[in-house]
Design a protein around this ligand. Structure first.
Ligand code: PLP
Length: 506
């Protein structure tokens, strides 16, 4: 690739030439190949001159090196199967089959999948709750140090920072605690690819392996992600080996051109876009500072409590509905139906908007306007209710109404107080299963993952004893209209039939 041509431009140039493809893909770049034919021109395979992602020596190596320069790691790999692939390879490279690992319990399910595939013995760090917003706190370096001292056989630590809701941990401090004990730190920074180049994220903080979903917060195509490696603690041969196993042997050039374009865009326009984003966000916060019932989550509102978090990602706008008399799902439905705005996620007590450097001034304005209008609607509804109540009281019509409804627990609350691990993930997953009704599953051992989606953090993983509290929480979420994976339409969950004699005892 000529230095001034991007991968995309190189593909376009090739498509404009006269080389006839006697090779895959089967669409043969023929524009008569159906609705998607417009994309065929640059959808090539590893032909001469286009390198091979699994042994990159040419244009793909250059593109990965460019990404590496931007992020400042020792080595950077393109991922075409999302952060999921990077997490699988990172965890498997850091801990060999049967070894021990420490996982923050609010990690994405791909971390558990890696632990299952490698039959790892998992110890958990259970994040505390940020009570004000029902979300998981950051990870405490001191607590990680203590857990590593208690379990010296642990090989690696996996944390998520920022979390789905944007909570950023003090990765530099955690890296120091982990490295002091000569262990590997993996940071799932899938939601923080925008942090490193301009604000400093987990790569700059010295984590050994960092995974970034470019597609989540930057202008890049879905499935595009990066894996960064720092230092000499990770065995690079094993890492390369696992990457070859978890990534397609036919990686999409469209996706790879997308990653190259994203990196070039950040190099060229990153600072400017970031400044625009900051300005828009500040305007938004000013416009919404007098909301009465809805509330925007802010670091400054947490000052009275002792939390472990270092920061809150500016791109995650948490809209708390705790004082609004509605659930996050109702807020999300209202925003969609009445204002044509789709949130990233809705939980019991909040809705979450994901805002990036690519949001327009109009987008920010529409979000602020919609929230202000909803807040006004709640005000009107409340004063109407008050008038009705006064009238009803005067007419002696009020009945005992019982205690005010308790707000259901958020995803993170359930993630913070989870059932006990009895078997390893692999032992439970590979044991004999049976499907039973969820109402009969208390005290049985889960044979599968039960995830509240989004964000895909498991409520239960194979090998954990299901508690009544957790099962009630799952049923409550289904009733509230949230999606629960791992629960069949008939209301059944998969549990282990018999506990084998030889299990690893926690
Ligand atoms: C914290 C976290 N890590 C990893 C992933 C997986 O990322 P990807 O969709 O890029 O595979 C997700 C996806 O939602 C996530 O939320």
């Amino acid at each position: 690739m000529s230095a001034d041509l991007s991968l995309y431009q190189t593909l376009r140039k090739y498509a404009a030439g006269d080389v006839y493809p006697c090779h895959m893909p089967g669409h043969k770049r023929n524009p008569e190949g159906g609705e998607m034919a417009g994309f065929f021109g640059i959808d090539i395979t590893e032909i001469e001159g286009f390198d091979n992602l699994h042994h990159a020596e040419g244009i793909l190596r250059e593109a990965q090196e460019r990404a590496n320069r931007l992020y400042g790691a020792d080595e950077t790999f393109f991922l075409v199967n999302g952060s999921t692939a990077g997490i699988l390879a990172a965890v498997m490279a850091a801990a060999r089959p049967g070894e021990e690992i420490l996982i923050a319990r609010n990690c994405h399910r791909s971390v558990y999948h890696a632990a299952l595939m490698q039959d790892l013995k998992v110890h958990y760090y259970r994040p505390k709750m940020i009570q004000e917003y029902d979300i998981c706190d950051g990870v405490s370096a001191e607590e990680i140090g203590r857990l590593l001292d208690d379990h010296p056989a642990i090989k690696a630590v996996v944390i998520t920072s920022p979390t789905y809701e944007g909570i950023i941990s003090d990765v530099a401090k955690i890296a120091a605690a982990v490295h002091d004990r000569d262990k590997i730190l993996i940071v799932d920074e899938a939601h923080g690819a925008h942090l490193d180049p301009h604000m400093g994220g987990a790569v700059a903080a010295g984590a050994d392996l960092v995974i970034h979903s470019l597609h989540k917060t930057l202008p890049s195509l879905t499935q595009t992600a990066l894996l960064h490696v720092n230092g000499g603690r990770v065995n690079r041969d094993r890492l390369h080996g696992y990457l070859a196993m978890v990534q397609s042997s036919s990686p999409s050039y469209i996706l790879m051109a997308g990653m190259d374009a994203c990196v070039r865009f950040l190099e060229k326009e990153g600072k400017e876009r970031f400044a625009f984003f900051r300005e828009q966000r500040e305007n938004f916060l000013k416009k919404t500072e007098n909301l009465r019932y809805l509330a925007i989550g802010k670091m400054t509102d947490l000052s009275e409590n002792e939390y472990a978090l270092l920061d809150w990602d500016m791109g995650k706008i948490l809209i708390s509905v705790k004082d609004a008399g509605m659930t996050g799902k109702q807020l999300s439905d209202m925003l969609r139906d009445d204002y044509h705005m789709e949130l990233e996620m809705a939980a019991a007590t909040y809705g979450l908007a994901l805002m990036t450097w690519m949001d327009t001034a109009e987008g920010w304005q529409r979000l602020a306007d919609a929230l202000l209008l909803i807040d006004d609607r709640i005000e009107k509804e409340r004063s109407g209710q008050t008038r009705r109540l006064i009238k009803a009281a005067k007419e002696g019509m009020l009945q005992e109404s019982g205690p005010a409804g308790e707000w259901p627990q958020g995803t993170a609350r359930a993630a913070a107080g989870l059932p006990r691990t009895v078997m390893t993930l692999a032992q439970a997953f590979h044991s004999e299963h049976e499907e039973i009704l969820i109402k009969e599953a208390a005290d049985r051992i889960s044979a599968d993952f039960i995830n509240l989606y989004p964000p895909g953090i498991p409520l239960a993983v194979p090998g954990e004893k299901l508690t009544k509290m957790l099962l009630d929480h799952i049923v409550e979420n289904v009733r509230k209209g949230f999606t629960v994976q791992g629960l069949s339409a008939a209301g059944k969950v998969s549990v282990v039939v018999e506990i084998p004699e030889k299990i690893w005892h926690y």
